[in-house]
Structures are given as C-alpha cells and as structure tokens.
Design a binder for this molecule. Structure first.
Ligand code: ADP
Ligand code: MG
Length: 265
C-alpha cells in the first residue's frame, strides 16, 4: 500500500483524472480509496449563492483515519454528504473505489450508499418505531448473509446489549448516538463518514467508541472521515484536515497517532 501522502503529492503533479488513474494504477480502484478533485458546491438560495465548498482536493487512502476540523459553516457536513452520495458537487469529481460517483445513476447511488458508506449523522436518524436491535438489523439486511454478524453483538461493541429492546424515545441522547454508531459500523463499510460522532457522549463512552472506530479502521482497512469540534480527537488521527470557508486551509500528517485512551478533553 503506497503512502497516501506520496499519492497526494504525486496527484498534484497531474491534471486529469486519467493521469491520476495511470499514476496510481491498482490503488485507485481499491474500494477503500476516496479521491476528491476540485470539488465545489454552491447552493442557490433565492438571489444569493452560498459557496459551501470551493475547490477541495483530497485523497484518503485505505484504512486511513482522517479527522476534519473547522468552524461552523465551513463546509464539513457538505463535504461528507458529497462523498457519501447524498448530495452532489456543483463542480469537480469524487472517485470512490475507482468509480466516479457523479456519473452514477440514482440506482447506482442507492447501491453505493447502502454497500459502501456508513453514515454516522450529527442527528441520529434512528427509525423511531424500531427498537435499538431492529434499527441495527435494518442496516444488516444489506450485508451478504455470509458476512452478517448479529445485531446484538454489534450493540455489545458499543456497550448497549442491555438496551436492545428499547425504542429510541426510551434511550438517552448518548445511547441513541451509540445505536446510530452500531448501525453504521455493523456492515463494516469501506468508507465511514462521521459528523460529530461523540458529541452526545460522556468522556468514558466517547473514548470507548473512538477505540472501536480505531480498531475497525485498522482491522478492516475502512476509511474513517470524522468531523468534530473536539480538536483533541485530532491527536489519534493519521491525518488532520482543516476547513475554512469551504476551502482546505491545511492538511497535516500525524506521525504518531496516540491511543484513544490517552486523549484528554
Ligand atoms: P459545517 O458542517 O462546517 O457547519 P455546512 O457544510 O453545513 O457547514 O455548511 C456550509 C455552508 O453551506 C453554510 O453557509 C450553510 O449555511 C450552507 N448550506 C449547507 N447546506 C445547505 C443547503 N442545503 N442549502 C443552502 N445552504 C446550505
Ligand atoms: Mg455540520
């Protein structure tokens, strides 16, 4: 596996996507590789144009744990939504697993969202009429039978096995967030997109969840893109991307990511 930063530097030498394909060979086709090239998103609000993303270039390599920092309104959620195929860029290209997702049909996008992406939203988006276990089972339905794990074991991973029969309304904010995390991670998707995944959690639970995410990224080589206001979490990342007014203001490689248990906030 080539170093993603080397890939990043090499990419900057080329101008077209096919150059990048050629330079990267097999690797770009890896289902875990995410590439954003000159990605812009403009929302039209009546007379006003909102430039949420302005020419984002970013590559995320296999099994990388990337933390995205930036003030409110800097485009973090828009970037996640575009990578996850629930929003689309106005300009630029997003390639996931060697495929340009902007060229996908609706049907292909649906399949992509189901099979390739795990979303942990800022608002938990649990189905209120399903129990915690059923919410996770719902996501597992999409996983091929031979790879399927039990919903209970995934709830166990987030420390909620004793809440499996509770409905979302019977769970605290932090517990609902953990169900949402279990649901996203259950299918071990190649790309996991998290918007403030630990925002509602107490410190100890937050650390346990970060440990789980870290282990999954290492064992399954899933890509994690984690948006957070909590800059302490950056210390466990492989790379830290800072967004400002829709632009990347810095990309920093963390040579010595620390264990989640060592994080302090
Ligand atoms: P962040 O997640 O960093 O807080 P967002 O990506 O949510 O930032 O928003 C970036 C900018 O785009 C903000 O100015 C926001 O108001 C605007 N924006 C986001 N989504 C929409 C939308 N659906 N329609 C119009 N403007 C939007
Ligand atoms: Mg946001």
């Amino acid at each position: 596996m080539p170093d993603p930063d080397i890939i990043g530097n090499r990419i900057s030498m080329f101008t077209t996507l096919s150059d990048i394909y050629n330079a990267r060979g097999e690797d770009l086709g890896n289902k875990n590789t995410v590439l954003l090239e000159k990605v812009s998103k403009t929302y039209q609000m009546g007379e006003v144009e909102v430039h949420a993303l302005k020419g984002i270039d970013l590559t995320i390599g296999k099994g990388e744990f990337v933390v995205v920092l930036g003030p409110s309104g800097s485009g973090k959620t828009t970037m996640l939504n575009c990578i996850g195929g629930i929003d689309s860029p106005t300009e630029g290209t997003i390639v996931v697993g060697g495929k340009d997702i902007s060229k996908f049909t609706e049907k292909e996008l649906t399949r992509f969202r189901r099979e390739t992406v795990g979303f942990i939203f800022q608002f938990f988006n649990l189905i209120p009429t399903l129990t915690a276990k059923e919410n996770v089972e719902f996501a597992l339905d999409l996983v091929p039978r031979e790879k399927r794990v039990s919903a209970l074991s995934v709830l166990g991973e987030v420390g909620l096995d004793d809440r499996s029969n509770h409905f979302p309304s019977q769970l605290s904010g932090g517990e609902q967030q953990r169900v949402a995390i279990a649901r996203a991670l259950a299918k071990r998707p190649p790309v996991v997109l998290c918007d403030e995944p630990t925002g509602e959690l107490d410190y100890d639970t937050g650390i346990k969840i970060l440990r789980l995410m870290r282990d999954i990224s290492r064992q399954e080589h899933c890509n994690f893109l984690v948006v957070t206001h909590n800059s302490a979490i950056a210390q466990m990342a492989d790379r830290i991307v800072r967004l400002h007014s829709g632009e990347i203001s810095s990309i920093e490689r963390n040579e010595n990511p620390i264990d989640p248990e060592e994080l302090v906030w």
